[in-house]
Design a protein around this ligand. Structure first.
Ligand code: GTP
Ligand code: MG
Length: 188
């Protein structure tokens, strides 16, 4: 093979890589009230220690591999005073992940209100929604079906959605949720 052909093949390989890569990298946005378990979910995905999690003041980002995708997961603090900043992270979101503390019945209405506001955001229009019904290990937690009912998920007609029960501190159910997210994107 001549040098010229080799160079040409190399260039083709680079071009092919450049073309295929954007489809393989996804931006996932983790939102939900403070204490819902977003950071615990993020750390569990990255197989990191989850015993020292503290409330998030700004944001955390981690990249993980799943189903052949590189997932860039953005975890934003959910405290009331930080929520106005959520909008700074909407752009180019491929999947919106909304985390609910299934044992925090008192704030189910508040979390529902925040979610409906997110679903009305222009920049998140049509973005698939994955809801984690977290903290299923707690005795007084309500089921994923009850969370779906409480959040009115069955009324969502403008996007795909899924609810996944999980126990972030045990890493249970977290991967299953991501698999749904990746499959959903692949079908597009
Ligand atoms: N029992 C139980 N506790 C959990 C679970 N997931 C998270 N927690 C606990 O809930 C608390 C809050 O978790 P975080 O991950 O910091 O919550 P967050 O949504 O990131 O909160 P902000 O950063 O304030 O928005 C921590 O004490 C976690 O250990 C779970 O599945 N079960
Ligand atoms: Mg956090």
């Amino acid at each position: 093979m001549s040098t010229r052909t080799t160079r040409c093949n190399g260039l083709l390989a680079i071009l092919r890589k450049l073309r295929s890569n954007p489809d393989k990298e996804l931006r996932l946005l983790l939102l939900g009230l403070d204490n819902a378990g977003k950071t615990t979910i993020l750390k569990s995905l990255a197989s990191e220690d989850i015993t020292q999690v503290t409330p998030t003041q700004g944001f955390n980002i981690k990249s993980v591999q799943s189903e052949g995708f590189k997932l860039n997961v953005w975890d934003i603090g959910g405290a009331r005073k930080i929520r106005p900043y959520w909008r700074n992270y909407f752009e180019n979101t491929d999947v919106l992940i909304y985390v609910v503390d299934s044992a925090d019945i008192k704030r189910l209405e508040e979390t529902g209100q925040e979610l409906s506001e997110l679903l009305m955001e222009e920049k998140l229009r049509g973005v698939p929604l994955l809801v984690y019904a977290n903290k299923q290990d707690l005795g007084h937690a309500v089921t994923a079906a009850e969370i779906a009912e409480g959040l009115g998920l069955h009324n969502i007609k403008d996007r795909d959605w899924q609810i996944q029960s999980c126990i972030a501190i045990e890493g249970k159910g977290v991967k299953e949720g991501l698999e749904w997210a990746c499959k959903n994107i692949k079908r597009k």
